[in-house]
Structure formats: structure tokens, C-alpha cells
Design a protein around this ligand. Sequence first.
Ligand code: HEC
Length: 431
Amino acid sequence: MRLAYLLILALLTASASAQEGELRGHGGPVRSLAIAPDGGQAISGGFDQSAIVWDLKAGKARQILRVHEGAVNAVAALRNRRFLTAGEDGRVALWEAGSARPLRIDKAHDAPIAGLAVSADGARYSTAGWDNVARLFSIADGATLDTYEGHRGPVNAVAFLGHSLVTASYDATLRIWPADRNQPPKIVGTLAAQNALAILEDGRIAAGGADGVVLIIDVNGAILSRTQAADAPIIALAASPDGRNLAAASPRGSVAIINVGERGAKVRFTLNGPGLPVWSLSYSPDGRVLLTGGGDRLVRRWDARTGEHMGAVTAQGPGDELAAFVGVRGAEIYRACAICHTLSPGGDNRAGPTLHGVFGRKAGTAPDFDYSDAFKTLDLVWNAQTISRLFEIGPQAYTPGTKMPEQRVSDPSDRAALIDFLSQATSPNKP
Ligand code: HEC
């Protein structure tokens, strides 16, 4: 039921926003978001099956990571410039910044993974699975350390609380699993399916449910307060680093910023601006900026204190060249390319050259583009085979020395759709 609801919503928001005329990184709503501990980079995961590493200072996409077969539902940024992505495909991939292939892929669940958390010491990660269990893994070698069984429905979120693990489920309970696994978990009964978790700086637990309520719970499982944050399900929750505020997003409402005091919690204001609905949230380590991942496929920045919109992380494009291709599979895949390439004639170059007329063009010869030395000497003509091969084995292997960031489109049918789209959209004879 919930899956169907999410998918329908995703389709609606995807088509509704396609006309807005902005350059987007993701080809679908931005489902997951995490800012690295140093505040310089962020990672986002999309319904388009890709994850993007962003340079927040430059405001640009650095890398596109494609390995999941399904939505990238959860992401985490580790300390040493590494990232975790977890997908609808039940797998978790460990990445190192700058490298296009994951260091490792862990098969974690036989069902979609909805949530991911990293322990404070950075040594373990935990996953929330729609197979009704949560699992604990070693980041060093991917070994399964523990499985938490007991929920009667899909597990939607996990969080570390010291040495305990907290899980939130569709079964309308939260469970607090003590470090001593011989002890039973504390079960917290709630009034609705629980979707999202955040741990406050003082160790209290915040949970967001399908009833739009944010609960604050103590370590013993006692519910301290209930705050109506939205009139639709809460889908994402983030705690500010000082533990004083929570941001709660719902796919139909806006983002509520909740002030959490000693006694209770109360909605301070809601974000009003573009990019709604919001699917994912992350506070910067200094607490000043809130990033949101939206149904409009953009990652946006907000002043966390005032709620003022500070703009999108991507540069804004002149017009959406892809608006005419709504629903075309290849065009959806191409959205990740559009961060850097346009389709228009006349040397309209972004970080990469225009792809207008690329079929039959010798590599490295678009007008007015400053190619890498590797590209200048490349003896290669672009056509369906060569472009397909480029993204089958990746630019680093196919065109060593290139400055195009490493990315691959590993699924053959995705590649075929992309090439089909490109052959039409880049044609000098296109209508
Ligand atoms: C983050 C930026 C970026 C992204 C994303 C990107 N590219 Fe590129 N691309 C470049 C750059 C830069 C070059 C030029 C490479 C060089 O000079 O080494 C390039 C070159 C190319 C070329 C060769 C063009 C020529 O004139 O020789 C093709 C074809 C191409 N890209 C296709 C794609 C496709 C398809 C995608 C999406 C799957 C994509 N690119 C995503 C930056 C990017």
C-alpha cells in the first residue's frame, strides 16, 4: 500500500515539475540526503537509481554514482570521504570520493532498504529493511554482525543511540534494542506507522509517523511529547547538531521546523518556498544550513534559523531542454548528464561540451570547449557504439585522462534508452 502510494506520488511530482525550467541533477525526487562531517560535501540519492556527490562550496555536482537497481532510499557520509548508499535493491554500496566503482557492495536484505545509520565511532552501519528486520554490519569488511527480528511490518528507519539501536516500523512501534542482546528490546507503541527517526544531542529519540506527529521519546521508551507537525505522513526527520531543533518533512505538506525544549516540542515555523514537497533533509555540521531534497529533483539550501531559501545547489539552467521529453526513459537517464551538457548548438557549453551534433563528430572537437589533453589527441568518432561503450566501462577506462567524472550506466537497457534518446535529441535535423 505504502509503496504504491509513494510510487504514484513520485510519478505525479515528477511530471508536474518537469516544466519548471530548471537544471536538475536527479531524474526523480531526491529521496535521501547527507552532508559529510566536514561540511564540504554532500551526497544525495534519487528515485532515478543514482546518487550524486555534491561539492557544497562550489555548488556543483562532483560525481554520479550508479550501481543500484532501484531507488537510492538512504545515504550516509562517513568521515574519511567515504559514502554509503542503500537501495530499493536491498544492497548497500561503500564508495570512496573520486572513484566511480564502489569499494564494496553488501547484500543486506531480500527487500528494499528504507533507512541507514552509521555508529558514532564510524565502525558499523545499520539498515532498516522492508523484510521486517534491521541488520548491523561492519563497515571495514561488510560482515553481518547482528539481525534484529521482531517487528511485524517493514522497518522504515534505524538510528544508533550510544550502544543501543532504535528501529521504527510500519507496525506502529519503535524498538530500542539494548547493547546486551540477551535483554529484550523496549517496545514503544504508537498510534501510527513510524517512518523516520532522529536522535537529539541529549540522547532523546525523535520519531515521525504516518499521522504527521513527531514524538519525543526518552531512552527508556517513555513518550515525552507529541507534536502535530503536518497533516500528512512525516517522511523525513533531521535533528540540528545542537539538538534544539528538528526539521520534519511530509510529502504533501511543507517542512516544519520544530523547537525542542526540556518539556516539549513546538512548531516554530514552516519552510515556504520552492522545492516542495521535500523527501529528504540534512543539517550542516555547524547547524546553519538545512539542505532539502525535493520532488522537483533539486537539492536546495535554507537558512536553518530563519527558514529563508538560499537557492539550489546546482546552477540554474537557462531552460529545460528536457521538458519535451517527459516520460521518455532515455531522457530521464540523461538528466544526470544535463548537469554538465546541453543539447543546443552554438558552443553552449557547461562543464562539458554541448552534445549537439555529437553523432558522427570526432571526439574533442565541439567548438569553443577546452578539452583535456587526453581528449584533444583521441582518435575516436562518436556514434551509438562508442558512446554506449563509454558508459558501459566508464570514461576513465574508455578515455583515460579525461576530465569527465567517472560514471557508468551499467544496465544494458538503460544504456540503449540513453543512446536512443541522444541520437534524436542531439541530431542537427531534429524538428
Ligand atoms: C560532471 C560533468 C559531466 C557529466 C555529469 C557528464 N559529462 Fe560528459 N563530459 C564532461 C566533460 C568535462 C567532457 C569533456 C572530456 C574531456 O575534455 O576530457 C565530457 C565529454 C563527453 C562526451 C564526448 C564529447 C566530445 O565532444 O568529444 C560525450 C559523448 C559525453 N560527455 C556524454 C555524456 C553523457 C551521455 C553523460 C551522462 C550519462 C555525461 N556525459 C555526463 C562532463 C560531464
